[in-house]
Design a protein around this ligand. Structure first.
Ligand code: FES
Length: 275
């Protein structure tokens, strides 16, 4: 399937997107842009399931998903220093991403990820189904394409490299997890598998709403427990009714929130009242 970059005016996309995938526009990105058109859903890899935490996806199938620590996510990167990580992803074309030049730093990066493209499928495999490897986040800079360096390049130098690649292309990406400007954070809800990329400090209730995640709210102060979600890598409990996306989250790893208040010992207060 051919890569089909389209140069077109930037559409205004709200944070709230489709149920299965959501996009965050990188603030202040400027034209020119290249949108790599989405095609039919493609199976990227024949990953073996990772042993560990078993979960059911939204179609009821059992999937294997093991919670990785921050160090384990960083170990999937070729370099981690200076507030940046560098890593490779192998993606099947069409990629289904919008590339743009950054306004505040050199280079070309990922501005949007469209559902159904190769990048979206890769992210689902890694983030939801526990496949090996890294995943793509809005704001990642493309620094090499199939080993050909393009760090700090412009659209005219980066897009042709992708266009000339075979059906599967290896992108080398750099992500700022600490270095300014800090990138967004990928939030994934389990077991639905719905995800979105959001700016730090975004209220978690807003994040859940954008994902059309079904959350019961019984209070506004974080004490009733009905909205609580547990982040699977850290074990931290997030109270969606009154907490926001943390400012200091290392976005090398996703923020994976599992809705399971009963396992937090909240059977009594999360049960519906029968009157
Ligand atoms: S709705 Fe009660 S703890 Fe969040």
């Amino acid at each position: 399937m051919l890569l089909a970059p389209l140069v077109q005016p930037a559409p205004t996309l709200p944070l709230v997107g489709s149920r299965t995938a959501h996009q965050l526009r990188v603030p202040g990105t400027r034209a020119p842009e290249a949108r790599v058109a989405c095609g039919p859903t493609l199976a990227l890899f024949g990953f073996a399931a990772v042993a560990g935490l078993g979960l059911a996806d939204r179609k009821g199938r059992r999937t294997a998903r093991r919670a990785l620590s921050k160090d384990e996510w960083r170990a999937r990167c070729s370099n981690s220093s200076g507030g940046q990580v560098t890593f490779d992803v192998s993606v099947t074309k069409p990629l289904g991403v919008e590339l743009r030049e950054f306004p505040d730093r050199p280079g070309v990066g990922v501005a949007q990820i469209m559902p159904g493209g190769g990048v979206s499928n890769l992210n689902e495999q890694v983030l939801v189904k526990g496949a090996e490897g890294m995943w793509v986040l809005e704001g990642d800079e493309v620094v090499a394409v199939n080993g050909a360096p393009c760090a700090g390049g412009d659209m005219d130098s980066v897009v042709p490299l992708i266009g000339a690649a075979d059906a599967t292309v290896t992108l080398t990406l750099v992500r700022n997890w600490l270095k300014t400007p800090k990138g967004p954070i990928k939030v994934v809800f389990l077991p639905s598998g719905d995800s979105t990329s959001v700016n730090r400090t975004t209220p978690l209730s807003e994040v859940a709403r954008s994902c059309e995640e079904q959350v019961r709210y019984g209070c506004r102060g974080g004490h009733c427990g009905s909205c609580w979600h547990q982040e699977i890598s850290t074990g931290k409990v997030f109270k969606l009714c009154c907490e926001s996306v943390p400012t200091n989250w290392d976005n090398t790893m996703p923020l994976i929130l599992k809705a399971d208040p009963q396992k937090l010992g909240l059977e009594d207060i999360s049960a519906p009242s029968l009157v």
